[in-house]
Design a protein around this ligand. Structure first.
Ligand SMILES: Cc1ncc(COP(=O)(O)O)c(C=O)c1O
Length: 317
């Protein structure tokens, strides 16, 4: 059944963060808590999905079909949106059937799931990949992995305004730049679009060099007719996407104790640790004011909780 998207513009608080490593370096940091946007539709995912959901509604589709892994924040948000706004969803999953907290939520939200195996999932960039799925679900709009591209980036540009509206409440008249995690770079491209070169966007990549962010960001900016400037990439992957280690685990634990800021390891945890390393290496001049974007993803942390605790304990011994 075709659906309409109700007007929904949730807010997210901008909060000051205080850590001893920031104080020592004379740096001020505030975090835009997109993780608090909504209990289910949180993080950068809502901004990235919104244009796709609107396109599906405008086309008279019944819903959307997309792909991701067994812990995917993207599929989780899409399934939650489908349930919230009353549209159908289907998810194509990487690998063999698994029972993860995310998969259980997808099922509870009513998403139709199909496991593609690893080989089948690798074919997702091939020209005819969508043909059988279009035939099977002719009334669902296909959305590529992660839902990136220019429409998603344009939607993410709105995040800049969300933060700016709250600067005065922090007692800040301005800030020098953003620090955020990137997977595909679409969210970061959105901040660059929103800033229009006014402030630097520091992009801490959750994937190692060569995994696409270097190409995706300039491509989105070029499509928007903008110069390839206003950002810098910094590898925050710690060797590979998805790798957890004891230093990261104990850093996340320390942050949570010091500031009550919940972090998931793969994106926000790695990004904040990379910021600490740069602050401690003297990259930023004293007096610098930065905004850290909390891109959410906390649902994906459930499956990693035990491993994180075990790693943090190793570090303490
Ligand atoms: C929690 C979280 N943070 C950051 C990102 C990176 O976003 P992008 O792919 O737009 O760079 C993602 C998604 O991939 C994510 O799930």
């Amino acid at each position: 059944m075709p659906f309409t998207v109700p007007h929904w513009a949730p807010g997210a608080p901008l909060q000051p963060l205080s850590f001893d490593w920031l104080t020592r370096a004379g740096i001020e940091l505030a975090v835009l808590r997109l993780d608090l946007l909504d209990p289910l539709l949180s993080g950068n995912k809502w901004f990235k999905l919104k244009p796709h959901i609107e396109a599906a509604a405008a086309a008279g589709a019944d819903g959307l079909i997309s792909l991701g892994g067994a812990h995917s924040n993207h599929l989780h948000a899409l399934a939650a949106a489908g349930r919230r706004f009353g549209f159908a969803t289907a998810g194509l999953l990487r690998g063999e059937p698994q029972d993860t907290p995310t998969v259980r939520d997808l099922q509870a939200f009513g998403m139709q799931l199909h496991w593609l195996g690893y080989g089948g999932y690798r074919k997702r960039h091939e020209a005819d990949f969508w043909l059988p799925w279009r035939a099977r679900y002719p009334r669902l709009l296909p959305v590529g992995e992660g839902g990136g591209g220019l429409p998603a980036a344009r939607s993410c540009a709105g995040i800049v305004e969300l933060a700016r509206q709250q600067l005065a409440a922090l007692g800040w008249d301005d800030y020098h730049g953003w620090w955020l995690a990137a997977g595909t770079g679409a969210t970061a491209a959105g901040l660059v679009l929103g800033e229009r070169g006014a402030r630097m966007v520091h992009v801490a990549t959750a994937v190692p060099p060569g995994h696409g962010v270097e190409a995706a960001l300039p491509a989105i900016l070029a499509e928007a007719g903008m110069a390839d400037t206003g950002y810098r990439l910094r590898d925050a992957s710690r060797g590979s996407f998805g790798r957890l280690d004891a230093r990261l685990a104990s850093f996340i634990r320390e942050c949570e104790h010091a500031s009550q800021l919940p972090l998931e390891p793969l994106y926000t945890g790695k990004a904040l640790l990379a910021l600490r390393d740069e602050v401690e290496a003297g990259y930023f001049a004293p007096g610098t004011r930065l905004l850290f974007l909390h891109t959410g993803g906390l649902q994906g942390r459930r499956a990693m909780a035990q491993r994180l605790e075990a790693l943090a304990a190793v570090r303490q011994e």
